[in-house]
Every structure is written in structure tokens, then in C-alpha cells.
Design a protein around this ligand. Structure first.
Ligand SMILES: NC(=O)c1ccc[n+]([C@@H]2O[C@H](COP(=O)([O-])OP(=O)(O)OC[C@H]3O[C@@H](n4cnc5c(N)ncnc54)[C@H](OP(=O)(O)O)[C@@H]3O)[C@@H](O)[C@H]2O)c1
Length: 316
């Protein structure tokens, strides 16, 4: 154990980082060990990681000194930001900058930065097909991550930019799943028309990240994207129907209608879906199912994930 290399994991009590931490902890012959960062070392989730064998340390992405301390001695760090905690592009970029700076100061050998695309490269602010948000963005939670890539590149720390996708867990926790109407019929609505949405189980992002660390130099300095499936709304609905044993109808709305739903972030999400639909080919091509399978041979298909999780999807 003593000579195992340390992987420091930001967001270890969350979805992506948790997946990575669990993947390393489950591999008893791993060359790596987990250092889990959390703002609260006493939380149940932090305790569960400690019980499973992780070193749990304090770290806050707002506080660079805490990150340097937590990254010191680590071979690798997995870093992710938490847009939906604050909805602020400025905070997201600052947090990424803090983590890049801390990785440099701590002298880590490999950073995996969980990122998304700067959609302004496809849709400049002057393009009125979708509203400009927060004055400088089309899809704020994408664009800020894409803009933040530069902080990692500027530090010179060997970095893998890992472009992720929509989690299937959004059907469980974020109200994105199928819903039963007053007539008892179940419909599934996303503003993707007949276009494919790259997506995956969030746990598999962590498993792929583990494999990227295990691959040594292979993915350092590279930008890669992964997915568990590229599915149309109709295909999602067919899988839901099979899993629930009850018909689920795909009923797409327009991005405009979606932006008008009014929940926090509806405009950002509406623009996101519109971007993915209008640039389907580029977006799908940048999120490889084959690469995800190569990194994680146990990669879940949507049907397999649904088999394991259908009882958790709230239909009401
Ligand atoms: N939902 C999707 O479909 C999707 C798809 C692709 C990308 N993303 C992106 O994924 C990111 C979130 O990652 P996730 O889903 O893995 O996170 P998550 O499950 O929401 O995890 C949140 C964890 O982040 C930690 N955290 C929050 N604020 C922190 C801070 N100031 N300092 C240190 N840790 C902090 C918390 O840990 P403690 O409470 O223990 O400190 C918490 O357990 C977002 O930026 C989102 O845009 C989401």
C-alpha cells in the first residue's frame, strides 16, 4: 500500500469523482490509491469512502491553498467543477483556475479535467438562433468549462481534457425522465427532435477516468470524449417502454418551449439541447462509444442501466 501512487479526486463524494474513487477502491491490485477531497470529512459519503479504504482530506475548490495541500504528493488528480451549485460561469472558471494552479504547485504528473465544449465555436454570440445568456455565453455550463481548458494547458501540467456527456441519472434526480400525465399515459420529452443525444451512466465516467490514469502517458496532452450510447428520443422511449412494460411515447418540445419552462437553468439547458441537436454530427463524433468501451469493457448500455435503475425513476 505504501508505494501505491496517489490519485487525488475532487468531487469524490459526487457522481463523476465518486465513480473514479470506487473504481480504484474496487481494484485491490491497483497501482493507485485514492485521496478523496471533500468540504466535509465527517459527512456520511466521506465516511463511506474512508470505510472503503480511501484517504479522506479537506479540500475546497474556492481555496487554492487547501487544494495544494490536498494535491501534494499525488501522482494524478481528477478535477471537476460544480456549475449547478452556483450557476456562475465566473465561479466555474475561477475554480478550474484554482485547481490548475494547485496541480502545478503540487507538481502532479497527470491531471484529468472533466470538461465540456465551448459552444461559441459553433454558435458565435452574434448568432440569434438561440439567446445569449449571462451576456457572454450561449450554453453557460458548457462554455465556461471549454474556456477553462486554457488554464490547464497554460500550466504545462500533463492534462487529459475529458469531454463528458449527459448522465442517465438525470432521469432519476433531475426531473429529465418520462412523466405520467393526468390521463395515465407516460411521455418522454426532450427538445432533440429526431437527433441523437450522447449520454452515459455517470459511474462509467469515473471508470473510464481510472483507465486513463492506468494508461500512463497515452492520454496525456489529449482531448477525448466518451459516451455509453448515442440515442434518439424515440429510442429512449422504446427502451423505457420495454423496461416499464408500459408504452412510453416520445413527445419532443422545441428548444424555445423548453427555455420557457422557467426552472433555474431552463434557458441554459434549452440552449444545450439545441446545440446538441443542431450540431448532432460533430457532437456525436466527439463522444466515442468505442473509446469508452476500450477504456471500460464493462461499459453499460442504456438498456442495461435501465434494468438496474428503472425502479428509481419517478414517473409522477
Ligand atoms: N448532470 C449531467 O448530466 C452532467 C453531464 C456532464 C457534465 N456535468 C457536469 O458535472 C459537474 C458536476 O459533477 P458531478 O455531477 O460529479 O458532481 P455532483 O455529483 O453534483 O457532486 C457534487 C460534489 O461536489 C463537491 N463539491 C461541491 N462544491 C465543492 C467545493 N466548493 N469544493 C470542493 N468540492 C465541492 C461536493 O462534495 P462535498 O459536499 O463532499 O464537499 C459534492 O459531493 C457539473 O459542472 C456539471 O456541469 C453534468
Amino acid at each position: 500500500m505504501a508505494d501505491k501512487k496517489i490519485i487525488a479526486v475532487v468531487g469524490a463524494t459526487g457522481a463523476q469523482g465518486g465513480g473514479l474513487a470506487r473504481a480504484i477502491l474496487a481494484d485491490k491490485s491497483s497501482e493507485f490509491k485514492v485521496r478523496a477531497l471533500t468540504r466535509n470529512v465527517n459527512s456520511d459519503k466521506a465516511q463511506a469512502l474512508a470505510d472503503a479504504g480511501a484517504e479522506v482530506v479537506a479540500g475546497d475548490v474556492d481555496d487554492t491553498a487547501s487544494l495544494v495541500k490536498a494535491f501534494n504528493g499525488a501522482y494524478g488528480v481528477f478535477v471537476v467543477t460544480f456549475f449547478w451549485e452556483h450557476f456562475s460561469t465566473e465561479k466555474e472558471k475561477l475554480h478550474a483556475k484554482n485547481m490548475a494552479e494547485a496541480a502545478k504547485q503540487a507538481g502532479v504528473k497527470h491531471v484529468i479535467w472533466s470538461s465540456l465544449d465551448d459552444t461559441k465555436k459553433w454558435i458565435p454570440l452574434s448568432d440569434n438562433r438561440m439567446p445569449t445568456l449571462q451576456e457572454k455565453y450561449k450554453v453557460p455550463h458548457f462554455d465556461a468549462k471549454g474556456e477553462a481548458n486554457k488554464f490547464f494547458l497554460e500550466t504545462g501540467v500533463p492534462t487529459t481534457i475529458l469531454n463528458t456527456v449527459f448522465y442517465w441519472e438525470n432521469f432519476v434526480y433531475f426531473g429529465q425522465g418520462p412523466k405520467k400525465g393526468p390521463d395515465g399515459k407516460i411521455t418522454f420529452s426532450i427538445p432533440m427532435a429526431d437527433k441523437k443525444l450522447p449520454s452515459m451512466a455517470s459511474e462509467d465516467i469515473g471508470k473510464c477516468a481510472y483507465s486513463i490514469f492506468k494508461a500512463g502517458d497515452e492520454y496525456k496532452g489529449k482531448t477525448i470524449g466518451i459516451a455509453g450510447g448515442h440515442l434518439t428520443g424515440k429510442q429512449f422511449a422504446e427502451s423505457f417502454s420495454k423496461a416499464f412494460g408500459e408504452e412510453v411515447t416520445y413527445s419532443p418540445v422545441t428548444p424555445d418551449v423548453y427555455r420557457g419552462f422557467g426552472f433555474p437553468g431552463a434557458d441554459d439547458m434549452g440552449n444545450m439541447y439545441q446545440f446538441k441537436a443542431e450540431f448532432e454530427e460533430d457532437y456525436c463524433n466527439s463522444r466515442s462509444i468505442d473509446l469508452a468501451k476500450k477504456l471500460n469493457p464493462d461499459l453499460l448500455s442504456f438498456d442495461k442501466w435501465l434494468e438496474q435503475n428503472k425502479s428509481k425513476i419517478p414517473l409522477e
